[in-house]
Design a protein around this ligand. Structure first.
Ligand SMILES: Cc1cc2nc3c(=O)[nH]c(=O)nc-3n(C[C@H](O)[C@H](O)[C@H](O)COP(=O)(O)OP(=O)(O)OC[C@H]3O[C@@H](n4cnc5c(N)ncnc54)[C@H](O)[C@@H]3O)c2cc1C
Length: 489
């Protein structure tokens, strides 16, 4: 295990820093320096003269701010009352312990998230010392079960009870890994790819396709429209070569939002504006103004980085002459709704507790939705010591779970070949009129990894000599990771 739970450390990141109160929803359209203490140490000295507006304080927006902060005075606009975007962490108390539970993005792994993994070490969030590290290792176990009866159809920890099923799964993982290679076609859909797999049709229908849909849209037909490479890239590299090898995944003891707060704490020239939904961008004499929902006009800015999702940001350009092509590309991105709940109800889990895994995919009708056993990461090897906290996709279920602790609706990218083609074509306009785009929607797949990558790419244009970028690139060079790319070509 890389890290054990350290409640003090966890608490300090979740509550500390000037942005801590933002997570409690106490802020009302306020602008706060990302790091008040650093700003005060600077005394009356002004920040950099160049001004940058970043729209959206998710992983991509915060990474962009972090890497540009040394050379730009950054205003980071966020429509919600807290930062993080799809990295959204809640505190859940059980007994005397408090757990940082991610209702949005949660898992990462060095094979799917090599840049992110390296970056966590760069910012001091990951360390070989378990006392210091804010990373926790857990099992990546999986059960696919019938949502009606609770009966298991596949259990990654019960392979000896179903050798044919396990071998089919192994064939799938080998083929899936090949589809994540850089030369794999991103135009092939999941449907086309699955149909071509030399695996028993019943297994594809009853286990594979439902489970694969549970990892994104939860809709067994809709998942077939996604790009196979995009979808599989988000997890398939973590599969072991043998069915008997244990698979691990990694999680944060401070939540993924906690990591983003650490980045903001390191910024000196960034101001975060929460409850500041951007409505439009206006260009005037080569500079930009940002108009927010309150009607206020901010600026002028020398450059703008847009990370808000395309269904929202396509509206920003209505009044800007000659930028119709950008709005058109943004409009081609496809999204689907999802609903996540954090709860304590074991009814969403397989009937036989022996089959409880970290990931529990419940198949029912044309849908399949997963419940993550959050508690599986904690306690001892005795399941009875593991907290009964669950995180479930719950857009299509017949009933809500009993003890509901939190709920959030997301609009989630559907990585179809059409969306990917739009993302690829749009990159030709990156930097045009000092307008930049970052966000996982500009890359091959939807991960914290690709959101970080997109922020790095923007900083390579806006602050190529910045100390944060230089230091991180040196680390990447040492780890032979400089060539990692998520561009769609
Ligand atoms: C339920 C769920 C589970 C996931 N699980 C994982 C996982 O386990 N591992 C992983 O690596 N990835 C996971 N992901 C994907 C990951 O969360 C995303 O790839 C990543 O967070 C995207 O970051 P982003 O900055 O591009 O976008 P976002 O996080 O969407 O950030 C965009 C920001 O823009 C803000 N915004 C929107 N409109 C406006 C406006 N008008 N003005 C100002 N701000 C605006 C939004 O509020 C948001 O904060 C998951 C996603 C979801 C939804």
């Amino acid at each position: 295990m890389l890290g054990s739970v350290n409640p003090l450390r966890r608490r300090s990141v979740l509550q500390g820093g000037v942005l801590g109160v933002a997570s409690l929803g106490l802020l009302n359209s306020r602008a706060i320096p990302a790091n008040q203490a650093k700003r005060e140490r600077r005394g009356g000295k002004a920040g950099p003269g160049k001004r940058l507006a970043v729209v959206g304080a998710g992983a991509a927006g915060i990474a962009s701010a972090y890497f540009c902060d040394s050379a730009w005075s950054v205003d980071l606009f966020e429509s919600r009352d807290k930062i993080g975007g799809h990295a959204d962490t809640l505190n859940v108390t059980e007994g005397d312990e408090r757990y940082a539970v991610d209702i949005g993005a949660e898992f990462f792994h060095p094979d799917t998230h090599p840049l992110y993994w390296s970056f966590l070490a760069e910012i001091g969030a990951r360390s070989d010392d378990p006392e210091e590290s804010l990373v926790i290792e857990g099992p990546a176990s999986l059960t696919v079960f019938d949502g009606g009866t609770g009966e298991a159809r596949f259990g990654s920890e019960h392979v000896l009870e179903d050798i044919p099923g396990a071998l089919r799964f192994l064939t799938f993982t080998g083929e899936a890994r090949k589809m994540t290679e850089p030369d794999a076609p991103w135009e092939t859909t999941m449907g086309g790819w699955l149909d071509g797999l030399d695996i028993d049709d019943g297994y594809k229908r009853d286990v594979l396709t439902p489970w694969l849909s549970s990892l994104t849209c939860g809709d067994v037909e809709l998942v077939r429209t996604q790009s196979a490479r995009a979808h599989l890239s988000s997890f398939a590299k973590t599969f072991p070569r043998s069915i008997f090898e244990p698979v691990h995944t990694y999680n944060s003891t401070v939540g993924l939002e906690g990591y983003l707060r650490m980045l903001l704490d390191a910024c000196e020239n960034t101001t975060v504006l929460t409850r500041a939904a951007v409505e439009s961008l206006e260009e005037q004499s080569g500079t930009w103004h940002v108009r927010t929902a309150s009607g206020r006009r901010h600026g002028p800015y020398d450059a703008v980085v847009v990370t808000a999702p395309p269904p929202v940001s396509k509206e920003f350009f209505g009044d800007v002459p000659d930028l119709g092509h950008i709005a058109e590309h943004l409009g081609a991105h496809e999204y689907h709704p999802s609903r996540l709940v954090i709860h304590r109800d074991p009814h969403y889990m397989p009937a036989d507790k022996d089959y409880w895994a970290v990931q529990n995919a419940a198949v029912g009708g044309g849908h399949c939705e997963t419940s993550i056993w959050v508690g599986a990461y904690y306690g001892t090897s005795d399941p009875a010591t593991k907290p009964g906290i669950f995180k479930s996709w719950a857009a299509h279920r017949a009933d809500d779970p009993g003890e509901l602790l939190a709920e959030r609706r997301f609009s989630h990218p559907l990585s179809t070949p059409r969306s990917l083609a739009a993302a690829r074509d749009m990159m030709a306009f990156q930097g045009e009129r000092n307008l930049y785009f970052a966000g996982s929607f500009t890359t091959i797949t939807d991960l914290q990894e690709t959101a970080l990558y997109s922020g790095l790419r923007v900083a390579e244009s806006l602050n190529p000599q910045g100390p944060q970028l230089t230091s991180f690139k040196k680390r990447l060079a040492d780890e032979d990771l400089l060539g990692v790319s998520y561009d769609i070509v």
